[in-house]
Write a protein that binds this ligand. Structure first.
Ligand SMILES: Nc1nc2c(c(=O)[nH]1)N[C@H]1C(S)=C(S)[C@@H](COP(=O)(O)O)O[C@H]1N2
Ligand SMILES: [Mo]
Length: 258
Protein backbone atom coordinates (compact mmCIF):
# COMPACT_ATOMS: atom_id res chain seq x y z
CA UNK A 1 0.00 0.00 0.00
CA UNK A 2 1.23 3.43 -0.89
CA UNK A 3 1.08 4.73 2.66
CA UNK A 4 3.79 2.26 3.64
CA UNK A 5 6.20 3.72 1.17
CA UNK A 6 9.30 5.39 2.54
CA UNK A 7 11.63 7.53 0.53
CA UNK A 8 14.25 4.81 0.67
CA UNK A 9 11.92 2.32 -1.02
CA UNK A 10 10.64 5.02 -3.32
CA UNK A 11 14.09 5.57 -4.76
CA UNK A 12 15.28 1.98 -4.62
CA UNK A 13 15.98 0.49 -8.01
CA UNK A 14 15.53 3.76 -9.81
CA UNK A 15 18.15 4.68 -12.35
CA UNK A 16 17.48 8.32 -11.56
CA UNK A 17 18.93 7.73 -8.13
CA UNK A 18 20.92 10.51 -6.67
CA UNK A 19 21.63 12.21 -9.99
CA UNK A 20 18.35 14.07 -9.83
CA UNK A 21 19.14 15.15 -6.30
CA UNK A 22 22.64 16.41 -7.01
CA UNK A 23 23.11 20.13 -6.63
CA UNK A 24 25.89 22.21 -7.99
CA UNK A 25 27.50 25.00 -6.03
CA UNK A 26 26.77 27.53 -8.73
CA UNK A 27 25.16 30.73 -7.49
CA UNK A 28 22.25 32.41 -9.23
CA UNK A 29 21.53 36.10 -8.80
CA UNK A 30 18.49 37.33 -6.86
CA UNK A 31 15.99 35.66 -4.57
CA UNK A 32 16.45 33.83 -1.31
CA UNK A 33 18.85 30.98 -0.80
CA UNK A 34 15.83 28.59 -0.92
CA UNK A 35 14.79 29.99 -4.27
CA UNK A 36 18.25 29.65 -5.78
CA UNK A 37 18.44 26.04 -4.65
CA UNK A 38 15.10 25.20 -6.28
CA UNK A 39 16.09 26.82 -9.55
CA UNK A 40 19.19 24.69 -9.67
CA UNK A 41 17.08 21.63 -8.89
CA UNK A 42 14.60 22.40 -11.65
CA UNK A 43 17.45 22.56 -14.12
CA UNK A 44 18.68 19.14 -13.10
CA UNK A 45 15.29 17.40 -13.28
CA UNK A 46 15.42 14.77 -15.96
CA UNK A 47 12.69 13.16 -17.97
CA UNK A 48 13.58 9.97 -16.14
CA UNK A 49 12.54 11.57 -12.90
CA UNK A 50 9.20 12.57 -14.36
CA UNK A 51 8.66 9.07 -15.62
CA UNK A 52 9.55 7.59 -12.26
CA UNK A 53 6.87 9.66 -10.57
CA UNK A 54 4.36 9.06 -13.34
CA UNK A 55 4.80 5.33 -13.50
CA UNK A 56 3.45 4.74 -10.04
CA UNK A 57 0.00 6.23 -10.42
CA UNK A 58 -2.34 7.34 -13.13
CA UNK A 59 -3.22 10.95 -13.72
CA UNK A 60 -6.59 12.34 -12.74
CA UNK A 61 -8.68 13.29 -15.75
CA UNK A 62 -7.99 16.74 -17.14
CA UNK A 63 -10.62 18.85 -18.91
CA UNK A 64 -10.74 21.68 -21.43
CA UNK A 65 -11.52 25.36 -20.93
CA UNK A 66 -15.00 24.69 -22.32
CA UNK A 67 -15.69 22.31 -19.43
CA UNK A 68 -14.92 24.85 -16.72
CA UNK A 69 -17.75 25.51 -14.26
CA UNK A 70 -19.22 29.02 -14.54
CA UNK A 71 -19.41 29.10 -10.74
CA UNK A 72 -16.95 27.32 -8.46
CA UNK A 73 -18.39 27.04 -4.97
CA UNK A 74 -16.14 28.00 -2.05
CA UNK A 75 -16.43 25.68 0.92
CA UNK A 76 -15.22 25.43 4.52
CA UNK A 77 -13.28 28.50 5.57
CA UNK A 78 -13.83 31.37 3.16
CA UNK A 79 -11.76 33.93 5.03
CA UNK A 80 -9.49 32.97 7.94
CA UNK A 81 -10.19 34.83 11.19
CA UNK A 82 -7.58 36.69 13.14
CA UNK A 83 -5.08 39.52 12.96
CA UNK A 84 -2.22 37.49 11.53
CA UNK A 85 -4.05 36.62 8.31
CA UNK A 86 -5.58 40.10 8.06
CA UNK A 87 -2.12 41.63 8.14
CA UNK A 88 -0.79 39.26 5.49
CA UNK A 89 -3.74 40.02 3.23
CA UNK A 90 -3.41 43.78 3.75
CA UNK A 91 0.10 43.77 2.30
CA UNK A 92 -0.88 41.45 -0.52
CA UNK A 93 0.99 38.57 1.11
CA UNK A 94 4.39 40.24 0.62
CA UNK A 95 5.35 39.19 4.18
CA UNK A 96 3.98 35.68 3.82
CA UNK A 97 6.46 32.82 3.50
CA UNK A 98 5.90 29.16 2.80
CA UNK A 99 8.10 27.13 5.13
CA UNK A 100 9.11 23.57 4.23
CA UNK A 101 10.70 21.86 7.21
CA UNK A 102 10.65 18.78 9.42
CA UNK A 103 12.51 15.70 8.18
CA UNK A 104 14.41 17.50 5.43
CA UNK A 105 18.11 18.09 4.88
CA UNK A 106 17.67 21.81 4.29
CA UNK A 107 14.47 23.67 5.22
CA UNK A 108 13.04 26.13 2.71
CA UNK A 109 11.41 29.52 3.16
CA UNK A 110 9.82 30.98 0.04
CA UNK A 111 7.97 34.17 -0.75
CA UNK A 112 4.94 34.21 -3.05
CA UNK A 113 6.95 36.08 -5.68
CA UNK A 114 9.61 33.37 -5.60
CA UNK A 115 7.04 30.58 -5.90
CA UNK A 116 5.53 32.33 -8.92
CA UNK A 117 8.90 32.38 -10.68
CA UNK A 118 9.44 28.64 -10.33
CA UNK A 119 8.44 26.13 -13.01
CA UNK A 120 4.65 25.86 -12.92
CA UNK A 121 1.91 23.51 -13.99
CA UNK A 122 -1.62 24.42 -15.07
CA UNK A 123 -4.38 21.83 -14.97
CA UNK A 124 -8.14 21.81 -15.43
CA UNK A 125 -9.63 19.24 -13.07
CA UNK A 126 -12.82 18.34 -11.29
CA UNK A 127 -13.08 18.98 -7.57
CA UNK A 128 -15.37 16.60 -5.68
CA UNK A 129 -16.58 17.51 -2.20
CA UNK A 130 -18.01 14.86 0.12
CA UNK A 131 -20.96 17.15 0.65
CA UNK A 132 -22.14 16.18 -2.81
CA UNK A 133 -21.08 18.94 -5.17
CA UNK A 134 -18.42 19.05 -7.88
CA UNK A 135 -16.87 21.82 -9.95
CA UNK A 136 -14.33 21.99 -12.75
CA UNK A 137 -11.64 24.63 -12.37
CA UNK A 138 -8.24 25.62 -13.69
CA UNK A 139 -5.31 25.66 -11.28
CA UNK A 140 -1.77 26.99 -11.67
CA UNK A 141 1.02 26.33 -9.24
CA UNK A 142 4.39 24.85 -8.45
CA UNK A 143 4.80 21.06 -8.26
CA UNK A 144 5.20 20.04 -4.61
CA UNK A 145 7.73 17.39 -5.68
CA UNK A 146 10.14 20.06 -6.88
CA UNK A 147 10.19 21.72 -3.46
CA UNK A 148 10.61 18.40 -1.66
CA UNK A 149 13.44 17.34 -3.93
CA UNK A 150 15.22 20.57 -3.23
CA UNK A 151 14.73 20.37 0.52
CA UNK A 152 15.94 16.76 0.41
CA UNK A 153 13.99 14.20 2.43
CA UNK A 154 15.41 12.25 5.35
CA UNK A 155 15.47 8.46 4.76
CA UNK A 156 12.50 7.78 7.04
CA UNK A 157 10.29 10.60 5.76
CA UNK A 158 6.77 9.35 4.96
CA UNK A 159 4.22 12.16 4.89
CA UNK A 160 3.90 15.80 3.98
CA UNK A 161 1.74 17.66 6.51
CA UNK A 162 0.07 20.83 5.26
CA UNK A 163 -0.45 23.41 7.98
CA UNK A 164 -3.09 26.07 7.28
CA UNK A 165 -3.76 29.58 8.56
CA UNK A 166 -7.41 29.00 9.50
CA UNK A 167 -9.10 27.61 12.57
CA UNK A 168 -12.28 25.96 11.45
CA UNK A 169 -13.45 25.24 14.97
CA UNK A 170 -12.44 27.15 18.04
CA UNK A 171 -11.15 24.52 20.45
CA UNK A 172 -9.05 24.87 23.60
CA UNK A 173 -6.47 22.29 22.48
CA UNK A 174 -5.89 24.04 19.15
CA UNK A 175 -7.17 20.94 17.30
CA UNK A 176 -9.49 23.17 15.31
CA UNK A 177 -6.66 24.40 13.15
CA UNK A 178 -7.05 23.06 9.61
CA UNK A 179 -4.34 20.70 8.47
CA UNK A 180 -3.96 17.79 6.11
CA UNK A 181 -1.41 15.13 5.26
CA UNK A 182 -0.53 13.13 2.16
CA UNK A 183 1.97 10.34 1.54
CA UNK A 184 5.08 10.75 -0.59
CA UNK A 185 3.58 9.08 -3.66
CA UNK A 186 0.90 11.77 -3.71
CA UNK A 187 3.40 14.48 -2.77
CA UNK A 188 5.51 13.65 -5.84
CA UNK A 189 2.56 12.98 -8.16
CA UNK A 190 2.86 15.30 -11.18
CA UNK A 191 -0.60 16.78 -10.62
CA UNK A 192 0.10 17.62 -6.99
CA UNK A 193 0.72 21.34 -7.03
CA UNK A 194 0.73 24.27 -4.65
CA UNK A 195 -1.65 26.58 -6.48
CA UNK A 196 -1.45 30.39 -6.42
CA UNK A 197 -3.62 30.78 -9.54
CA UNK A 198 -7.21 29.82 -10.24
CA UNK A 199 -9.20 30.09 -13.48
CA UNK A 200 -6.55 32.29 -15.05
CA UNK A 201 -6.37 34.82 -12.19
CA UNK A 202 -4.85 35.10 -8.73
CA UNK A 203 -6.17 32.56 -6.22
CA UNK A 204 -9.04 34.36 -4.44
CA UNK A 205 -9.20 34.54 -0.63
CA UNK A 206 -12.30 32.33 -0.50
CA UNK A 207 -10.42 29.61 -2.39
CA UNK A 208 -7.32 29.68 -0.18
CA UNK A 209 -5.07 32.67 -0.93
CA UNK A 210 -2.18 32.93 -1.12
CA UNK A 211 -1.55 29.20 -1.66
CA UNK A 212 -3.53 25.97 -1.58
CA UNK A 213 -2.89 22.33 -2.30
CA UNK A 214 -4.29 20.54 -5.34
CA UNK A 215 -4.01 16.77 -4.97
CA UNK A 216 -6.23 15.74 -7.81
CA UNK A 217 -7.04 12.11 -7.14
CA UNK A 218 -8.46 12.91 -3.73
CA UNK A 219 -11.65 14.36 -2.29
CA UNK A 220 -12.07 18.06 -1.63
CA UNK A 221 -11.11 18.16 2.02
CA UNK A 222 -7.56 16.95 1.23
CA UNK A 223 -7.00 20.14 -0.83
CA UNK A 224 -5.74 22.29 2.04
CA UNK A 225 -6.23 26.06 1.59
CA UNK A 226 -4.35 28.98 3.25
CA UNK A 227 -1.02 27.12 3.37
CA UNK A 228 1.61 28.33 5.81
CA UNK A 229 3.94 25.44 6.34
CA UNK A 230 4.70 22.00 4.93
CA UNK A 231 6.18 19.71 7.52
CA UNK A 232 7.78 16.39 6.56
CA UNK A 233 7.17 13.70 9.15
CA UNK A 234 7.45 9.96 9.65
CA UNK A 235 4.14 9.88 11.56
CA UNK A 236 1.23 12.24 12.12
CA UNK A 237 0.12 10.62 15.38
CA UNK A 238 1.28 13.65 17.41
CA UNK A 239 -0.62 16.20 15.30
CA UNK A 240 -4.16 17.40 15.99
CA UNK A 241 -6.11 14.41 17.26
CA UNK A 242 -3.76 12.00 15.49
CA UNK A 243 -5.65 11.02 12.34
CA UNK A 244 -3.75 13.07 9.80
CA UNK A 245 -6.17 15.89 9.07
CA UNK A 246 -8.88 18.18 10.34
CA UNK A 247 -11.74 16.14 8.89
CA UNK A 248 -9.93 12.83 9.47
CA UNK A 249 -9.86 13.79 13.17
CA UNK A 250 -13.66 14.08 12.89
CA UNK A 251 -14.21 10.65 11.31
CA UNK A 252 -13.46 11.06 7.60
CA UNK A 253 -11.15 8.72 5.67
CA UNK A 254 -7.44 9.58 5.59
CA UNK A 255 -6.87 8.31 2.05
CA UNK A 256 -10.01 9.87 0.51
CA UNK A 257 -9.27 8.65 -3.03
CA UNK A 258 -11.73 9.34 -5.80
N1 LIG B 1 -7.60 25.47 5.20
C1 LIG B 1 -8.72 24.88 4.77
N2 LIG B 1 -8.66 24.10 3.69
C2 LIG B 1 -9.77 23.49 3.22
C3 LIG B 1 -11.02 23.66 3.85
C4 LIG B 1 -11.07 24.51 4.98
O1 LIG B 1 -12.12 24.73 5.61
N3 LIG B 1 -9.91 25.11 5.41
N4 LIG B 1 -12.14 23.00 3.35
C5 LIG B 1 -11.90 21.82 2.48
C6 LIG B 1 -13.09 21.35 1.76
S1 LIG B 1 -14.19 20.36 2.60
C7 LIG B 1 -13.24 21.56 0.42
S2 LIG B 1 -14.51 20.88 -0.47
C8 LIG B 1 -12.32 22.46 -0.29
C9 LIG B 1 -13.10 23.62 -0.87
O2 LIG B 1 -12.27 24.37 -1.71
P1 LIG B 1 -12.90 25.64 -2.39
O3 LIG B 1 -13.31 26.60 -1.30
O4 LIG B 1 -11.85 26.18 -3.28
O5 LIG B 1 -14.10 25.16 -3.15
O6 LIG B 1 -11.28 22.99 0.51
C10 LIG B 1 -10.79 22.11 1.49
N5 LIG B 1 -9.66 22.72 2.10
MO1 LIG C 1 -15.43 19.32 1.00
Amino acid sequence: MSTLLTRRKFLAGSSVGMAAFALTGCDLPGGSESYRRIIKMAESLTQGTQRLFLSDKALAREFTEADMSPVFKANGTKHPDGEAYARLLETNFSDWRLVVDGMVNKPLSLSLAELKQLPSRTQITRHDCVEGWSAIGKWTGVPLGLLLQTAGLAPDARYAVLHCADKYEKTLDDSGRYYESIDLVDAFHPQTILAYGMNGGTLPVEHGAPLRLRVERHLGYKHAKYLMRIEIVDSFAHLGRGHGGFWEDRGYEWYAGI
